[in-house]
Write a new protein. Structure first.
Length: 326
């Protein structure tokens, strides 16, 4: 256990002072205050960061360490720089645009301090996505939705399918880096997911359910520095997701051969073939239904046309009969 602050908070930022200002307010509003903050300015204008930190009270400034990179080194290298610059027993990545409920640190630290959770390497929390947009220099929330609302626990099986967590939601023990290494600096995206895979391959991670304690800011309409990589780099996400999976398969194949993988690949292929066949049947049924609807519509138009003509002819004939009777 370290003698310094118990938690190291790493905030990655680059030319987003409006978000960094909110992040600083958010961090120093935590009910748990035994932390240090390491801001990693990854290639952005140093003046923006220095201006914002200089506005904080002295008691807060004394707990801030700022690391400036002359050029961007990428998200994972920035994370590693921040982690290594701190000394807290626990670590959490708080990106400049995300935020917490005030009790996030208090709840997560208490969870990991509980002897019942001594075997767990970290804890994740219920997270809410906040869709935002920038309007005349203001951050305006648009809507909210729970991230993975069906999530009840953190498992390797689920994480193998898709990333079920984001950095803002994960407080973990610094000792993890001695066991599984640091963030993979060769990954421009999906680095947090790859780290989660290594963590869960090593140990269990707890989960705090209930009201959201972490908030993941998303801006689908923003571009440039204000964008999210999940939207701005969607093709890279797909590419590096596939490369990470391939690297793990290659490593396992080198150790144990391809037998199990070939069997699983064939089973997966059969499932895909069944799904494709089912989709074809659905498409055929939809086409038949469309044809039936078209025929019904044609029949309906015919009935309407005939009824209209009948009524048009019938009315003069009735008038003629009345005149004859008169």
């Amino acid at each position: 256990m370290t003698s310094g602050p118990r938690v190291t908070i790493v905030t990655r930022t680059k030319n987003r002072p409006i978000f960094l200002a909110r992040a600083l307010d958010d961090i120093f509003a935590q009910t748990f205050q035994d932390f240090e903050l390491v801001i990693v300015n990854d290639g952005g204008d140093p003046a923006d960061v220095e201006h914002l930190t200089s506005q904080r009270p002295e008691a807060e400034r004394s707990r801030i360490t700022t690391v400036h990179h002359a050029g961007s080194v990428g998200m994972e290298a920035a994370s590693n720089a921040g982690v290594k610059a701190g000394a807290g027993e626990f670590v959490v990545i708080h990106d400049d645009d995300d935020f917490w409920a005030p009790e996030f640190l208090a709840r997560t630290v208490a969870y990991l301090d509980d002897p019942a959770h001594a075997a767990e390497s970290g804890v994740m929390v219920r997270t809410e996505i906040v869709i935002e947009e920038l309007v005349e220099g203001r951050i305006e929330p648009i809507r909210r939705e729970i991230f993975w609302a069906d999530l009840r626990q953190i498992t390797l099986a689920d994480m193998l399918k898709i990333n079920r967590a984001v950095p803002i939601s994960f407080l973990y023990r610094r000792s993890l880096h001695d066991q599984v290494g640091y963030y993979n600096e060769n990954l421009p995206v999906v680095g947090d997911w790859e780290f989660h895979l290594r963590v869960l391959s090593h140990s269990r991670v707890g989960f705090l359910d209930g009201e959201p304690l972490a908030f993941w800011s998303q801006r689908p309409e923003s571009d440039g520095h204000h964008s999210n990589s999940i939207f701005a780099k969607v093709d890279e996400h797909a590419r590096f997701d596939a490369l990470v999976r391939d690297d793990y398969l290659r490593s396992e194949a080198a150790q144990g051969g391809l037998g199990t993988m070939l069997y699983l690949a064939r089973a997966l292929s059969q499932q895909e073939e069944l799904m494709a066949a089912q989709q074809r049947r659905l498409d055929e049924s939809a086409a038949k239904l469309d044809h039936i609807l078209e025929r019904l519509e044609a029949l309906n138009q015919t009935v309407v046309a005939r009824t209209s003509v009948g009524e048009f002819v019938k009315k003069p004939m009735l008038l003629l009969r009345k005149l004859k009777r008169g």
